[in-house]
Design a protein around this ligand. Structure first.
Ligand code: UT7
Length: 338
């Protein structure tokens, strides 16, 4: 592709804070061996997961969101009073309405601001970054709180060994601000959806069918693991090639690849297809499982706290999952831990 055909993106946004939280209760592979016919060896080999964090019976998505926001406030000198938009990406809201974003506004007594929850499953956090950047670009908003959070354990069937071994709970929050900087942190974006295949992973609500396929209506997470696996490896690999090519980057330009932590084997297959090195990949599934909209901020924050993620590095964040939906961004990291 010649340089004249390269896409460019407008962004004045800066990420000025990050905070994360996971519940304290650990559900290990040994614990799961007591619940279903499985083994630590099978789970580690097939998924790379050793433990997950599970919300307490009286702990819900709103609670883990509030804890992640408090973690952010404890670590960074940011104020919430001037936040003028809150976006929460979640598939497990405590209630369909009020939204979790409205609950955040109420909890932190934030003044006049917009609030919206978005439903993009495991692609929710990266979709939130894309939308946050767009809101800032309008000039109507200057400070957006973007949160990815899920308590998937609440909708996990612990008699189904093909799903219950995968999922865990967690939350991540960032602040995106328009600091008037011409060169914002968002360097590239890519989105793709295959709605015709949406019935391969779902949680039922009002209807008993998706795409004319009858579905299980127990309100639990249901998936055709093999189909989702195949789709993820094929589509995410293609999407990575697209976002790199469209914006004139190569795999070597990316300092950290942060895919949604669905399954380590999916990530390894994507690495092989795209040439992204394992040592440049950040995941969170080993000790937290698949935390849906929280998996990407959890992986970034863990590496950031260890000093691995440094200012001026380029991060390729790639969310994918229910929909079937993909949302990817390349961002320049500018944050240092105060
Ligand atoms: O966030 C996005 C949403 N979801 C995903 O990303 C999930 C994508 N899919 C996956 O991660 C994988 O497909 C699974 C982890 C769900 C399953 O792994 P797999 O390697 O695709 O296993 P499989 O479905 O091909 O099953 C192989 C065997 C089967 O036994 P038979 O028929 O060969 O005798 C399963 O019954 O493994 C069996 N099996 C298990 N054995 C022990 C399935 N689950 C388990 C288990 N423990 N937990």
């Amino acid at each position: 592709m010649s340089a004249t055909h390269l896409k460019s993106i407008q962004s004045h946004a800066r990420i000025t804070a990050i905070g994360t939280y996971v519940p304290s209760r650990i559900l290990s592979n040994a614990d799961l061996e007591q619940l279903v016919d499985t083994s630590d060896e099978w789970i580690v080999q097939r998924t790379g997961i050793r433990e997950r964090r599970i919300a307490a019976p009286d702990e819900f998505t709103s609670d883990i969101i509030f804890a992640a926001v408090r973690n952010m406030l404890d670590r960074f000198p940011v104020t919430l009073s001037d936040v003028d938009y809150i976006i929460v990406a979640t598939s497990t809201p405590d209630t369909f309405f009020p939204s979790m974003a409205a609950r955040v506004q109420g909890e932190f007594k934030i003044g006049s601001c917009g609030t919206v929850d978005i439903s993009a499953a495991c692609a929710g956090f990266t979709a939130g970054i894309q939308l946050g950047n767009s809101l800032l670009l309008t000039g109507l908003y200057r400070k957006v709180l973007v949160i990815g959070a899920d308590a998937i354990s609440k909708i996990t069937d612990y008699t189904d060994r093909t799903t219950c071994i995968l999922f865990g709970d967690g939350a991540g929050a960032i602040i995106m601000e328009n600091t008037g900087n011409e060169k914002g942190c968002l360097l590239a974006a890519y989105s793709h959806t295959d709605g015709a295949s949406g019935h391969h992973v779902y949680r039922s609500s009002l209807s008993s069918s998706i795409n004319q396929f009858d579905i299980v209506t127990n309100g639990m997470l249901v998936q055709n693991g093999k189909e989702v696996y195949r789709w993820a490896v094929t589509q995410v690999s293609k999407g990575i090639q697209r976002i790199l090519q469209d914006y004139g980057f190569s795999a070597e330009d990316i300092d950290w690849f942060v895919p949604h932590s669905a399954n380590m084997r999916i990530v390894e297959a994507i690495q092989q297809r795209t040439g992204i090195a394992p040592e440049k990949t950040l995941t969170s599934m080993e000790y937290y499982g698949n935390t849906s909209a929280a998996s990407i901020p959890l992986a970034i924050d863990e590496a950031f706290k260890k000093g691995h993620v440094q200012p001026n590095q380029k991060l390729l964040l790639y969310g994918f999952g229910g929909g079937l939906t993909e949302a990817a961004v390349i961002i320049r990291w500018e944050l240092t831990e105060p």
